[in-house]
Design a protein around this ligand. Structure first.
Ligand code: AMP
Ligand code: FE
Ligand code: FE
Ligand code: ZN
Length: 294
């Protein structure tokens, strides 16, 4: 059984429509697919239809932008939450507004770097995405011939510390774990040690989050080297957290993240589902549940 629990569509910064993503997953031999666009459930309905047609199981989720103790950004995967839960809706609106407000500031900085780029270029690149992000600005820069690909756009202009970087609003990690639970879903920290030193989310910090209701951590991710995976797996075992693995596929938007390049162990997935079911029952919310296309 092939389980890939973290992927993006054009509802955020992936390059495939939700339907194309689901069909590509099916073609790649995936049995269970998690759709986890940044800060939105916008792609869910189209993905559900495609999953039923393709006969694969869909886990509806999202990857929420949060901040840990006022410091570093942490991506929190929320699986099977009721997307109409008012505290969740309120935070997602704030995050999406922050994403939109940041774009003109980034464009001003890019123009200061001598690049002729305006809002229409980014809108074209973003299409119908609910969550506009730096990858769309990157795509606009590619279209204008200013850079070769997203990678170069980040390296030269968009990454933290580069000249067009602008910070944006993120939810508080602790509060978001509570909100996801309140919405009847379960939360898993995405790539906890990806691109960061491992001390910021160390075992004591993860233990506190586990006490708060965090369900799991993403262990097998391309941003983690083998020692990081080994140590995160040990932490998950010590703390009773579910260990997941996934591709973080973005279509052609991110190289080295092919569908199912990492997968989740079926026993770990079964535990995650049990926790989700318990959370849904406790919350009294209409949590979405699995789409069983198989
Ligand atoms: P944002 O959501 O606007 O903060 O942008 C962050 C997103 O950009 C991440 O979710 C990644 O998908 C993408 N990203 C970050 N670094 C790179 C990179 N070097 N190349 C391509 N995509 C990247
Ligand atoms: Fe992304
Ligand atoms: Fe992420
Ligand atoms: Zn992601």
């Amino acid at each position: 059984m092939r389980i890939d629990l973290h992927t993006h569509s054009r509802a955020s910064d992936g390059t495939q429509t939700p339907g194309e993503l689901v069909r590509a997953a099916s073609a790649a031999g995936i049995d269970v697919l998690g759709l986890t666009d940044h800060d939105t459930a916008d792609g869910w309905d189209e993905a559900v239809e495609a999953a039923i047609d393709a006969g694969i199981t869909l886990v509806r989720g999202m990857e929420i932008s949060t901040r840990h103790e006022g410091g570093r950004g942490v991506h929190l995967l929320a699986y099977l939450p009721d997307p109409t839960y008012p505290p969740l809706v309120a935070e997602l609106v704030r995050i999406l507004d922050g994403r939109d407000e940041r774009v003109p500031m980034m464009l001003r900085k890019l123009r200061e770097c001598g690049i002729e780029i305006d809002a229409a270029d980014v809108r074209r690149a973003a299409g119908a995405a609910a969550a506009t992000g730096r990858p769309h600005v990157a795509d606009a820069l590619v279209e204008l011939g200013a850079v070769r690909d997203r990678e170069e756009a980040f390296a030269r202009y968009l990454s933290a510390g580069r000249p067009a970087y602008v910070d944006r609003y993120a939810a508080t990690l602790d509060e978001m774990v509570d909100i996801v639970t309140g919405a009847g879903g379960v939360s898993v920290i995405a790539h906890p040690w990806g691109r960061h030193e491992r001390t910021s989310l160390d075992e004591p910090a993860l233990a506190e989050l586990a006490d708060r209701g965090l369900a799991g951590i993403e262990v097998d991710h391309q941003d983690h080297d083998q020692p990081a995976r080994r140590d995160l797996r040990a932490i998950a075992r010590n703390l009773g957290l579910v260990a997941t693995g996934s591709s973080d596929h973005h279509g052609t938007g991110k190289t080295g993240h092919d569908l199912a390049c990492n997968t989740t162990d079926p026993d770990e997935f079964a535990r995650l589902l049990e926790l989700a079911q318990a959370s849904a029952e406790r919350s009294g919310r209409a949590a979405p549940g699995l789409v069983n296309g198989a």
